[in-house]
Design a protein around this ligand. Structure first.
Ligand code: SF4
Length: 351
């Protein structure tokens, strides 16, 4: 039976509540697909080497004078002080469920196990998830409950744990992963970030995260300041992505095309070339291997407060998307997302 959007969201909320308070249901168990062929997620090796606990401690210490992200608010999150991301002391989760709208190597047959974290360290006026990211809707969970959610999405067969908007709650996530790993978590961790990550925080994730899925939203500080409240976004996101690539390299999949490890970059084409798409593809081509997985996304919508900003108060045009894809190919990028290539055909037919 097809689900309406409203029913789907209701299910998603229900999933958090059910899992958080009732625990995993054994009846829905399926073999985790990522563990075949001798492959292991990075965090299990780090635990075996005795290094995971120390990494968790280092991450948690960053909360005391919060410098988890480039905003460096300096608030004591452990004492409940609130910084720019508006995060309370506990993690807030909006939903946890298989998601089939992500990149195909993440989705496979049984879906990507998305856990949507509420609040965000970016303030994008065009936020597509504004009720979650800006209003902080969701349920507060302790580490045990978050670990249960991770085990639950593995149990229902998801191919990965897809941590959506994790930056401001990274220490909480690491604590929960460690608990879940001791109880059998063994699928890849996918760090699905807006890209506004400090280098120090990303370095702490070395040997823990298997798949990095960062946005690179802006290449110029002007639009980054006006539209996301972060003038330093371009340089910090580029530095973070270089470090992510150093850690995990290019995308590696299993025999059926399911992502196991590597970097996948997202870039949303915006009206009036405000995302700097031409500079983006040139930067990738100049900095990373030509075979880096890149998703040039066409789904910009006028959401949240975008209608107050005339420069982004419309959909992108056919020409804006087609020129973006042409620039990517001219730059020599060889591993463009399959759905973006299909979207190009749709835009071409529209003319
Ligand atoms: S994670 Fe939140 S509190 Fe910490 S520096 Fe970033 S915006 Fe500020």
């Amino acid at each position: 039976m097809a689900l309406t959007r409203r029913a789907f969201l209701r299910c998603a909320l229900g999933t958090v509540t059910a899992v958080a308070f009732a625990g995993p249901s054994a009846g829905a168990s399926r073999a985790a697909p990522g563990v075949t062929g001798g492959w292991r997620p990075a965090y299990l090796d780090l635990e075996d080497e005795g290094l995971f606990e120390e990494r968790v401690d280092q991450a948690c210490a960053m909360l005391e004078h919060c410098e988890l992200c480039p905003r460096r608010c300096g608030v004591n999150r452990l004492a409940g002080e609130i910084g720019a991301c508006r995060s309370p002391e506990q993690v807030v989760v909006f939903s946890a469920q298989p998601h089939f709208g992500e990149e195909l190597p993440l989705v496979g047959r049984f879906g990507s196990g998305t856990i949507f974290f509420s609040n965000c360290n970016l303030r994008c006026v065009f936020c597509q998830n504004w009720p979650i990211a800006h209003e902080g809707r969701g349920d507060r969970l302790d580490d045990e409950r978050l670990a249960e959610l991770m085990l639950r999405v593995q149990q229902i067969g998801c191919h990965n744990i897809n941590l959506v908007t994790p930056t401001h709650v990274m220490p909480h996530i690491l604590r929960a992963v460690r608990i879940a790993a001791k109880r059998g978590l063994n699928i890849p961790l996918c760090y699905n970030t807006g890209g506004y990550d400090s280098l120090e925080a990303v370095q702490l994730l070395d040997g823990i995260v298997d798949i990095y899925l960062p946005d690179l939203k802006f290449m110029d500080s002007g639009p980054a300041e006006r539209l996301a409240g972060a003038a330093d976004y371009p340089e910090t996101a580029r530095a973070a992505i270089r470090e992510m690539h150093r850690q995990v390299g290019e995308l590696v999949t299993d025999a059926s095309g399911i992502a196991l490890r590597g970097l996948m970059i997202r870039h949303l084409v915006m009206p009036n070339r405000l995302a700097g798409t031409r500079e983006f593809v040139r930067w990738v081509a100049d900095t990373l291997p030509a075979t880096t997985y890149v998703n040039i996304m066409s789904q910009y919508r006028v959401e949240h407060r975008a209608f107050e900003h005339p420069e982004i108060a419309r959909a992108i045009t056919t020409q804006e998307y087609l020129e973006a894809m042409d620039w990517a190919e001219e730059a020599g990028l060889e591993n463009l997302d399959e759905r973006s290539l299909m979207n190009r055909e749709v835009f071409r037919r529209r003319g």
